[in-house]
Design a binder for this molecule. Structure first.
Ligand code: ADP
Ligand code: MG
Length: 698
């Protein structure tokens, strides 16, 4: 892109000298372009301003007026109240801020304020402001005349949001003129997305006629971000398909149909749909790169089985990697059961095998005798040589690092030397994340969703109990154990420190074992335990040798203990809704009624937990979780702190996101390396590649 006026240092702007420029730099605004893109943080909507003369007690209002008198009043109870009298052309009103005497140093006589709050009767009319914005100091040009919606900018010490507003207002026309030829999105694309061109968007953001107009401006910038991210994803998908062609499996129908006929249940519609999607990928010469998303218990394993059988009946091998040994062992049992007499060898490979057993497993893998290989990360750590790998499946993919996933996906490359084989890849996840987030995080994958539970599963009865009812809760646990069932009691991670966590866990455990359930068999799992120890306790629980399992960590994912019918979650308010949902998924796996009991006392907590109590739909819960926590948190540990998007909000902008994906895909299909779209290509390279990298590393 050629040099533009917008690349000039901010100091060349009107009303900006060296001192101001230094302050702008503190906000990260170095060039004129930076200033133009410094869009308001929020807006004050003055289009609903009421005249002070018309205020009545009971109203909730927004007003604008000047401070004509102010001071701090002590009350008899020792509370200090800041009061200010505010005037407009129609009258006066007293405003009162209890407990905020410091405002006396912030506000001055002559300040023009925008205030909102409710009017009450207290020796006359009195406004108790919820919030206020300082629009202008005495003598400063009042901005009342400029419009009815006031932009409020992020400011810094020494440079107020009002000064920034004035500065931008003064320069805006020049800046907009300069940005006019920087439109990067084709006009027809803007039309289809229903968003304005860049110049109009920036004008609407800085000088909106209404809040709706400002929002249209934001949507334009948001769409651009989403579109370029999807363009990157689409290009990555395309390149992967070209550089790493897959295997075109054939529909032999030998194994798949035999096993299908002997299944002890019929597949859900969602499972069938996922199998059709996976089947199409496998039959095509393009390599499969698919995410199978399905709530706990949605039945992902059987879907994985049929994908593996398709590979096996074509003479290839299949690998299934699970995050823990118990889970891998459980998969082997399940698969063997479902396979019945079908001629497929299932081999287990974990770190726990003895030397002889391991040698044998490795030999069967390299000879091709093993059709299906199930294992932990031992699959990628050991010198495992597949004879003829066709598909790699990763269960509970979020438990693995990107590198581990890649390592399994690339297993064929090592095995085949020169003639490279690229096994199909299916990653499975039980963490139901909203579609918008999945499209953003895993935009380079195709996605299948199991959004339906197998029939016949009983709902888990979920309830909230206050702390005071804990004894009754434990009594209920005891009753269930007496009926031959088992229970989980989960404590949240209370302390950041490992030592303290260990102490808390062991103390709770001792309390439960000695004081509450001296007659029952208890087990403990906590985060500081070595993996082997955890496995040992889990195994004992699965074998029915432990009645009540006390845990401080999230219990092993995917574990199936059908006899466990109670899940007690202490301090439930400290867990995120999605986390609670994962925990609840541990019960309700058998034929008996199951219960999930949340112990939480505060009314706010109980309010927040309501949606969780009312539904078992993991996607709805995840959506609500995202709404409550904000999307930032949903990305997990994002230490980099790099914001995913500056303007987009993937929840609010979901329809824009979906549209961006479709449009990006269309462009890449016709012009994979963007040779006919040089502007898009340049912008992608110069502005978005690095951002995506940071974003995915987070
Ligand atoms: P997840 O998606 O959590 O991995 P699983 O594959 O472990 O779920 O399946 C959970 C349980 O549901 C298993 O016991 C499985 O046999 C059973 N199941 C799977 N699909 C169906 C179905 N269509 N009808 C009935 N039961 C099913
Ligand atoms: Mg599973």
């Amino acid at each position: 892109m050629s040099y533009s006026e917008l690349d000039r240092p901010a100091q060349f702007l009107k009303s900006v000298g060296p001192k101001r420029a230094a302050l702008l730099a503190k906000l990260g605004l170095l060039t004129a372009r930076d200033v133009l893109y410094h869009v308001p943080r929020r807006y004050e909507d003055a289009s609903t301003i009421r005249a002070i003369g018309s205020l009545e007690p009971g109203m909730d209002v927004t007003i604008i007026g000047r401070v004509v008198a102010k001071g701090v009043l002590p009350t008899r109870k020792g509370l200090r109240i800041f009061q200010a009298v505010v005037q407009d052309r129609t009258g006066l009103v007293e405003c009162s801020w209890p407990g905020q005497p410091f405002l006396d140093r912030v506000l001055r006589r002559g300040d023009l304020l925008l205030l909102s709050g409710s009017v009450r009767f207290f020796h006359g009319r009195q406004l108790q402001p919820r919030e206020f914005t300082l629009l202008a100091r005495e003598g400063e040009e009042a901005t009342e005349e400029e419009g009815t919606v006031f932009p409020v900018y992020a400011a810094t010490e020494g440079l107020t949001h009002r000064q920034i507003r004035t500065l931008i207002a003064e320069n805006l026309d020049d800046l907009l003129r300069a940005v006019a030829d920087e439109e990067v999105l084709p006009a027809d694309l803007l039309d289809r997305a229903g968003v304005p061109p860049l110049v109009r968007a920036l004008e609407s953001l800085h000088r909106p006629g209404s809040l709706a107009e400002a929002e249209q401006g934001r949507r334009r910038l948001a769409f651009e971000e989403l579109f370029f991210l999807q363009l990157l994803h689409a290009r990555a998908r395309h390149r992967a398909a070209v550089e790493r062609p897959g295997i075109a499996f054939e529909r032999r129908g030998t194994l798949v149909s035999t096993v299908y006929r002997t299944l002890p249940f019929s597949l859900t519609t969602a499972q069938k749909r996922a199998l059709v999607e996976i089947g199409a990928d496998m039959l095509s010469a393009r390599r499969m790169n698919r995410l199978l998303q399905g709530d706990v218990g949605a039945g992902k394993t059987v879907v994985a089985l049929f994908a593996m059988l398709r590979a096996v009946e074509n003479g290839y091998q299949a690998a299934l990697m699970a995050p823990t040994e118990i889970l891998a062992e459980q998969h082997v049992r399940t698969l063997r059961l479902l396979l019945g007499d079908a001629p497929v060898q299932v081999v287990l490979l974990t770190g726990r095998l003895g030397a002889a057993a391991r040698r044998e497993a490795l030999a069967r893998i390299s000879s091709g005798d093993a059709g299906i290989v199930v294992g932990t990360h031992a699959l990628i750590q050991e010198a495992v040589e597949f004879h003829h790998p066709g598909i790699a499946i990763i269960d509970e993919q979020h438990r693995f690092g990107v590198r581990q996933r890649l390592a399994l996906a690339e297993m064929g490359e090592i095995a085949e030397g020169e003639s490279r084989i690229h096994p199909d890849v299916l990653v499975m996840s039980a963490t139901p994340i909203p579609r918008s987030l999945a499209l953003t995080l895993y935009g380079d994958l195709d996605i299948s969703v199991l959004d339906e539970r197998p029939p016949g599963r009983r709902p888990v009865r979920t309830g909230i109990r206050p702390e005071g009812a804990r004894e009754r809760v434990f009594e209920f646990v005891r009753e269930q154990v007496r009926l031959g069932r088992q229970a989980y009691v989960v404590y949240p991670l209370v302390e950041e420190s490992e030592k303290l966590e260990l102490k808390a866990a062991t103390e709770e455990y001792r309390y439960l074992r000695e004081e509450v359930f001296p007659d029952l068999r208890l087990g403990l799992i906590h985060g500081q335990m070595p993996g082997e120890e955890k496995d040992r306790v889990m195994r004992a629980f699965a074998a029915g040798e432990v009645d009540v399992l006390v845990s401080t960590t999230v219990i092993e994912v995917g574990i199936d203990v059908a006899n466990a019918t109670v899940m007690v979650i202490e301090h439930a308010e400290r867990f995120g809704l999605s986390q609670l949902h994962q925990l609840r998924g541990r019960v309700g796996r058998g034929a008996e009624d199951s219960y999930c009991i949340l112990v939480a006392s505060s009314p706010e907590a109980r309010e927040r937990l309501r949606i969780f109590v009312s539904t078992e739909d993991g996607f709805r819960i995840a959506q609500e979780d995202m709404r409550l926590r904000g999307q930032g948190d949903m990305f997990g540990s994002r230490q980099s702190g790099a914001p995913a998007f500056l303007f987009a909000d993937i929840e609010r902008d979901e329809s824009l996101l979906v549209l961006a994906r479709v449009e990006a895909q269309r462009i890449i299909e016709a012009d994979p390396e963007l040779e006919r779209h040089p502007t898009l290509r340049d912008v992608l390279t110069s502005r978005y590649e690095e951002r995506l990298r940071l974003f995915q590393a987070g």
